[in-house]
Ligand binder design. Structure first.
Ligand code: NAP
Length: 161
């Protein structure tokens, strides 16, 4: 099973200058909770923007560079290598845009943080057919001094599966 997890603003922006366009520590905690103990897959650029593998998760990094190695993550070079793994476990696709685009047709479930603001950026989530997805759970984020934006978490299942 492949589960996508990401945060986007009202215009679909997910990134700016190789980082997130907003500061929302609550969303980082949500990401940690949802992916804890699982395998997460990310593109080389997203890995480098974080700078290290996240604890208590197996990290898989996609690159076309066959000489690329990492001390704390498994490096793979093809989509197929990831899909094979996802037949036996719930694998989380964690971005960025290129990686979401690559796997979008294979996604089984989505976990989306909707940031209700226009933050701008340079990287957007790829075009998605929202009518293919059913919102099964919604939780409002708590706006406070550290998370000074309106946001909510949505869990979606693919319609017809
Ligand atoms: N808001 C969110 O939830 C969220 C989540 C994740 C990331 N982001 C943001 O997204 C931005 C980065 O996204 P991005 O699209 O620029 O980069 P990315 O998807 O993180 O990484 C792209 C890289 O993945 C590798 N790749 C792509 N397709 C491949 C394939 N078919 N086979 C093998 N390797 C492949 C290539 O690495 P090589 O060049 O090494 O070959 C490519 O340069 C950042 O701003 C980041 O902060 C946001």
């Amino acid at each position: 099973m492949l589960t996508f997890i990401w945060a986007q603003d009202k215009d679909g922006y997910i990134g700016k200058d190789n980082t997130m366009p907003w500061r929302l520590p609550a969303d980082l905690q949500h990401f940690k909770k949802e992916t804890n103990g699982h395998t997460i897959v990310m593109g080389r650029k997203t890995y480098e923007s974080i700078g290290k593998a996240l604890p208590n998760r197996e990290t898989i990094v996609l690159t076309r560079d066959t000489n690329y190695t990492l001390p704390d993550a498994k490096v793979v070079h093809s989509k197929e290598a990831v899909l094979e793994l996802a037949t036996g476990e719930n694998v989380f696709i964690t971005g960025g845009a290129e990686i979401y685009r690559l796997f979008l047709g294979d996604a089984d479930a989505l976990i989306v943080t909707h940031v209700e603001a226009n933050c701008g950026g340079d990287t957007r989530f790829p075009a998605i057919q929202w009518s293919d997805w059913k919102l099964t759970r919604r939780v409002d984020g708590v706006r406070d001094v550290k998370n000074d934006l309106d946001f909510w978490y949505g869990w979606y299942e693919k319609i017809g599966e």
